[in-house]
Write a protein that binds this ligand. Structure first.
Ligand code: NAD
Ligand code: WQD
Length: 343
């Protein structure tokens, strides 16, 4: 059976963790990444962790010529497509950059896949496609909407994938909607390495813990939640990585193409900002100074997944706890106070 996988964006945060999980499950990997938000050092560390050098090609998903060269050289079973830009605020300021990278880039990739008859894709979508959810937990049939260009770019790609699946029944297009990925590999060797001031909560907390930032601003304490702060479904990146292995295993076992198949990857449990801050302090025995600030534009009160479909279809469920997420984040951050520091 063919088990070679092209991993676009494989040098990034979720990609590096997934490459390790894929290797451990017997998949062969080729990473394709333009290093716009990652580094050679991340790839070196993955090679060290798996004990062999990983095949890496530097390139952009919008470069059809380069993609074709790679598809000519390798016989892929499928593609895991992480490559994309993900900063919500930046997407508001630079919408064309986001649509070009995330939408045009994906269309270029799909066209090359079609040309070479590789029709298995696992796409990185996001809980952001559910906008401000009407009911909780969110399941895969919940209404979709976008509140910013980043979210719109993910939703647009989902529509492209749906239309493609309708037009050609040979495609399997598993669309994984991640909730809030946090944590790091248990070794402390790889983790999330924001190149600027972190937008996301967990990297901000860990940079306060390591002394790179003075204090955390908690955006809003008047939401209709357990303690007034925003509630999210935090999921350990190692569990997320296993979700990708489960998705590929599912495709390997199918006798018929899956079509467009959206699946939530979350734990099914929500935690508030204060709960996460307090858990981090308690688990790692570090005080995290914080202040309450105004709500952040575009934020919603609560968001958490129904993870039933992933369990039923893929036999996957998240195993790691908030304690694991806090411990592993801190191990990575304290062992690498400046991240990979090679950008
Ligand atoms: P990341 O920035 O760490 O990884 C993305 C990788 O893609 C980077 O290594 C970057 O260099 C590469 N890349 C970007 N544009 C490219 C292009 N045009 N050609 C080739 N490579 C390119 O981000 P991540 O957190 O690992 O996210 C991976 C995917 O998951 C993204 O598509 C993101 O939108 C999606 N996602 C992330 C989160 C999250 O909170 N981290 C949540 C939901 C969805
Ligand atoms: C979580 C909670 C904030 C920072 C974003 C994207 C989403 C997805 C995941 C890619 C909220 C609060 C945060 C801070 C805070 N990414 N917060 N102080 O907003 O749920 O989702 O990342 O697809 O598309 O929108 O995650 O980590 O930014 O925020 O109080 O300094 O923490 O208000 O309640 P979010 P987050």
């Amino acid at each position: 059976m063919k088990n070679k996988i092209l991993v676009t964006g494989g040098a990034g945060y979720i990609g590096t963790h997934t490459c390790i999980a894929l290797h451990e499950s017997g998949y062969e990997i080729v990473i394709y990444d333009n290093l716009s938000n990652s580094s050679y050092e991340a790839i070196n560390r993955v090679s060290n962790l798996i004990g062999q050098s990983i095949e890496f090609i530097e390139g952009d998903i919008r470069d059809a010529g380069k993609l074709k060269e790679i598809f000519n050289l390798h016989e892929f079973f499928g593609v895991i497509h992480f490559a994309g830009l993900k900063a919500v605020g930046e997407s508001v300021a630079k919408p064309l950059m986001y649509y070009d990278n995330n939408v045009s880039g994906t269309i270029t990739l799909l066209a090359v896949m079609a040309e070479f008859g590789v029709k298995n894709l696992v796409f990185s979508s996001s809980a952001t496609v559910y906008g401000d959810p009407e009911t909780l937990p969110i399941n895969e049939t919940s209404p979709r909407s976008a509140t910013n260009p980043y979210g719109q770019s993910k939703l647009t790609v989902e529509h492209v994938l749906e239309d493609l699946a309708a037009a050609d029944k040979e495609w399997s297009l598993i669309t994984l909607r991640y909730f809030n990925p946090v944590g790091a590999h248990e070794s402390g060797q790889i983790g999330e390495d924001p190149s600027d001031i972190p937008n996301n909560l967990m990297p901000f907390i860990s940079q306060v813990a390591v002394g790179r930032r003075d204090k955390l601003s908690i955006f809003g304490n008047d939401y209709p939640t357990i303690d007034g702060t925003g509630v999210r479904d935090y999921i350990h990146v190692t569990d997320l990585a296993q979700g990708h292995v489960a998705a590929l295993d599912h495709l390997q076992q199918q006798t018929h193409a899956a079509g467009f198949l959206p699946i939530n990857l979350g734990t099914g449990r929500g935690s508030s900002v204060l709960e996460l801050v307090n858990a981090f302090s308690k688990v790692n025995k570090i005080d995290i100074p914080y202040q309450f600030a105004a709500r952040r534009a575009g934020d919603i009160a609560s968001c958490y997944a129904s993870a039933d479909k992933a369990q039923e279809l893929l036999g996957w469920q998240a195993k790691l706890s908030i304690t694991n997420m806090c411990e592993d984040t801190w191990r990575w951050q304290s062992m690498n106070p400046d991240g990979y520091n090679t950008k």
